[in-house]
Each structure stands twice: as structure tokens, then as C-alpha cells.
Design a protein around this ligand. Structure first.
Ligand SMILES: Cc1cc2nc3c(=O)[nH]c(=O)nc-3n(C[C@H](O)[C@H](O)[C@H](O)COP(=O)(O)OP(=O)(O)OC[C@H]3O[C@@H](n4cnc5c(N)ncnc54)[C@H](O)[C@@H]3O)c2cc1C
Length: 376
């Protein structure tokens, strides 16, 4: 069978699905091809934060991009609810970043001051000492030195988000080809051809949104994506009575009362198995933050792989050699879902590039004079 559409999106994780949704809203026909449940999928193992504070320190274009996504999030949540009936449980009335010693707290204050200087007064934050924090979050432990608070942060139910995006794409007529691992892309006469398990797909535009798969696929269309897996382990605690009104960087309580505790960061290749020592460290830190968690029963644990570039910032680029081929990858696909649907997709569909997006070209990693440090 042969399938023709305006765009082929390779990868149906949160990034590919948000872009596909945005492209469908632009009136384009879309085929989404995905490897399926055997794949590594950050989208089903994350922490669910829509997080702005601290993001883009030393790289203000990323701070702007993240802010813009947080601002668009209420619209995304409302549209997904109206279109699919799925409530992704967006709660966006501020979040806390805990600091466990004085040095962390003072570095945090410097970082957020730098970001506010770059972004302007809309970048609001408060630094809280132990007493001020305790007033806002009474359950906080005595060993927490303080925290930063910003009103623009929030959280969602990430699995409902994943489901709602898939549902919205289906409802808008996306063709979905699953269980198809793609390792070759053909380009001739302005058209891309990809062979999936369901047939041959053709389109004049191709989006590589295949998470860790983008590294190899990028080479097929003259792009460069030197991404690596970065493992994060997470614990889920039983449902308990509401005690945590806002998300924090290490602990959040879902609408149903479950406690999500995260997360580690470790480069250990394509390994998505949990380790007791890592989980124990995460649990210990959570108990420092909220001593009442010492009695919590853990019901589930998992590890998932982030998609990390050498500087930790996203890669968005159209191929210089293959017109109409784009690559999109990032390590904050929940936070950035709204920017992907409402700002990135229109650009891919032919509108002008959003301001500042040229800072995210993968070619930055080819510059031998640039040094890369992990930022977030
Ligand atoms: C522990 C943890 C906590 C996190 N917490 C947060 C958070 O709080 N907030 C936040 O914003 N982000 C968070 N993230 C990051 C977020 O989950 C990811 O940025 C996002 O899920 C990436 O989505 P993706 O679509 O790029 O990749 P993936 O979810 O990995 O999806 C890629 C898809 O591409 C498909 N694919 C791959 N290769 C091929 C191929 N060759 N052919 C066909 N299909 C292919 C796969 O089947 C897969 O479905 C976290 C991640 C982890 C691991």
C-alpha cells in the first residue's frame, strides 16, 4: 500500500505527537510512524512538570522558549479537553525548588536573578528561607534550608497528556503506522519516502521526532544530533490525603493523591533498569524534604531515558541539504508541548521561524571552538 500526506512525523512520543497535533491544526495531512512499545520512551516515564524556573540559565533563548510554552499551556490543556474530553490535569499556580544547604540557596538566587535580568519583570520569583517556606508548605522538613518559588510553574498528568495528544491527532485524521522501526529515508524530486510495516509513505515534509532514534535518523537527511540517553529513576507512592498543594522539584502529589518522587540523572547508556541504591538515595532525599513520607508505601518504581544534547538544550533545525526535513528533540517535552504544538508546528508548516529559534540548530555542536556545559 502507498500513503501520501503533506507531512510524515517519525516518532509518536510527546514531541512528535505535539508537533503532529500542531500540523493538523494548520490544516496539513499527517502520517505518524512509530516504533511502538518496544522502544525507549521518555514520554511514558517522566515527572510531569511544566517547569520554567532555572531553565535557560546561561542560554537566554531557552529561557524565552520555555516561558512561551508555559504561557501557552493553559490554551493547550483547554483545547485538548474540548477536543478529546481528556483533562490533562494542568495545575499551574507555582512550584518550589528546594535547596538543601546555604550554598545551593545562594547559587539559586544568583541564577534566578540572572534569568530575570535576561527575560524582564515577567520572570517573577521569590527566595524563601526555611521559615517562609514552612509557612507556604507546612510539611517541609527541618533540614531544608530554603527554596525558590516561581508562580509560572506547574504540573500535569503526563500519561493523560500523552493519551490526549494521540486522541486529538486521531480525531483530526492523522494516519498512524505503529510497530515500525525506520532506519532509512529516501529523498528524491522534493519528496521523502519512508517504508513502514504498513506500507510506503511519501510526503514533501519530514519531521524527525524519534527521541533517541533521532541520532541515527539525522544522518539520513544531512542533520547532526549528538544526543545521548540520560537515565532518570522515579518512585510512586500510595495515595495519601492531600498535603502538598504545589509541585516541588523532588516530590509532587497528583490529583488522585499519589506521590511521585524523583528523580536521578545518570549517563549509563541504553539501560532503563532501576537500581536499589539509586532509588534509596531518591527516597532519602524525599524524606528530608517531607519527613512524613518515611511511612509511605512505594507502589511502583521505574527508570526511563531522557534525550540529552551536549549542552542540555533542544535541537530544532531544518536540513541544509534536504529541504523540508526537520529535526526536533529536547529533554523537557512536557513543558515544551505547548510551544511544539503552537509555535514549532506553524514554522514547519511554512510560517516564519519563531524568534530566537535559530539558536537551537544542531550545527552548534560542529563548531570546534565552542565548549559545552550541561545547562537546563
Ligand atoms: C525520569 C524523567 C523525568 C522527566 N521529567 C520531565 C518533566 O518533569 N517535565 C518535562 O517537561 N520533561 C520531563 N522529562 C522529559 C520528557 O519526558 C521528554 O522530553 C519527552 O518525553 C521526550 O519525548 P520524545 O517524543 O522526544 O521522545 P520519546 O518519548 O522517547 O519518544 C520517541 C518515539 O520515537 C519512536 N522511535 C524511536 N526511534 C524510532 C525509529 N527509528 N523509527 C520509528 N520510531 C522511532 C519511539 O517508538 C518513541 O515512541 C523527563 C524524562 C525522564 C526520563
Amino acid at each position: 500500500m502507498s500513503y501520501d500526506s503533506d507531512v510524515i512525523v517519525l516518532g509518536a512520543g510527546l514531541v512528535g505527537s505535539a508537533i503532529a497535533y500542531g500540523l493538523l491544526r494548520q490544516g496539513l495531512t499527517v502520517t505518524v510512524i512509530d516504533e511502538g512499545d518496544i522502544a525507549f520512551r521518555a514520554s511514558r516515564g517522566n515527572f510531569g512538570l511544566v517547569w520554567v524556573q532555572g531553565k535557560g540559565w546561561g542560554y537566554s533563548q531557552y529561557a524565552h522558549w520555555t516561558m512561551s510554552s508555559a504561557e501557552l499551556w493553559p490554551e493547550l490543556a483547554a483545547d485538548l479537553r474540548d477536543e478529546t474530553g481528556v483533562d490533562v490535569e494542568l495545575r499551574q499556580d507555582g512550584g518550589f525548588h528546594f535547596c538543601l544547604n546555604e550554598q545551593e540557596l545562594s547559587e539559586r538566587a544568583d541564577r534566578l536573578a540572572w534569568l530575570q535580568h535576561e527575560i524582564g519583570p515577567s520572570y517573577q520569583f521569590e527566595m524563601l528561607d526555611q521559615a517562609a517556606l514552612k509557612e507556604k508548605l507546612p510539611g517541609v522538613g527541618a533540614q531544608v534550608t530554603g527554596a525558590s518559588y516561581t508562580p509560572m510553574d506547574g504540573h500535569v498528568n503526563p500519561l493523560k497528556l500523552f493519551h490526549a495528544l494521540h486522541q486529538a491527532c486521531n480525531d483530526r485524521g492523522a494516519r498512524r503506522h505503529v510497530n515500525s522501526h525506520i532506519d532509512q529515508v529516501h529523498y528524491a524530486d522534493g519528496r521523502y519516502t519512508v517504508r513502514s510495516s504498513q506500507g510506503v509513505c511519501t510526503a514533501s515534509r519530514l519531521i524527525l521526532a524519534a527521541g533517541l532514534g533521532n541520532k541515527d535518523l539525522a544522518r539520513e537527511v544531512g542533520l547532526h544530533a549528538p544526543i545521548v540517553p540520560n537515565q532518570g529513576q522515579v518512585l510512586i507512592g500510595e495515595r495519601v490525603a492531600p498535603f502538598l498543594t504545589h509541585p516541588t522539584i523532588f516530590v509532587r502529589q497528583t490529583g488522585e493523591g499519589s506521590i511521585q518522587i524523583g528523580d536521578s540523572m545518570e549517563e549509563c547508556g541504553l539501560d532503563d533498569t532501576t537500581r536499589t541504591d539509586v532509588l534509596a538515595g531518591i527516597a532519602r532525599r524525599a524524606i528530608v524534604c517531607f519527613p512524613q513520607l518515611a511511612d509511605l508505601n512505594v507502589v511502583r518504581t521505574w527508570a526511563a531515558l531522557r534525550i540529552m544534547s551536549p549542552d542540555g538544550f533542544p535541537i530544532y533545525q531544518e536540513s541544509p541539504t534536504h529541504p523540508g526535513a526537520f529535526l526536533a528533540t529536547c529533554h523537557s517535552g512536557v513543558t515544551l508541548a505547548a510551544a511544539h504544538a503552537f509555535r514549532l508546528a506553524p514554522w514547519i508548516a511554512g510560517q516564519p521561524m519563531p524568534e530566537g529559534l535559530d539558536a537551537f540548530s544542531g550545527d552548534r555542536f560542529l563548531d570546534p571552538k565552542r565548549e559545552f556545559h550541561h545547562g537546563h
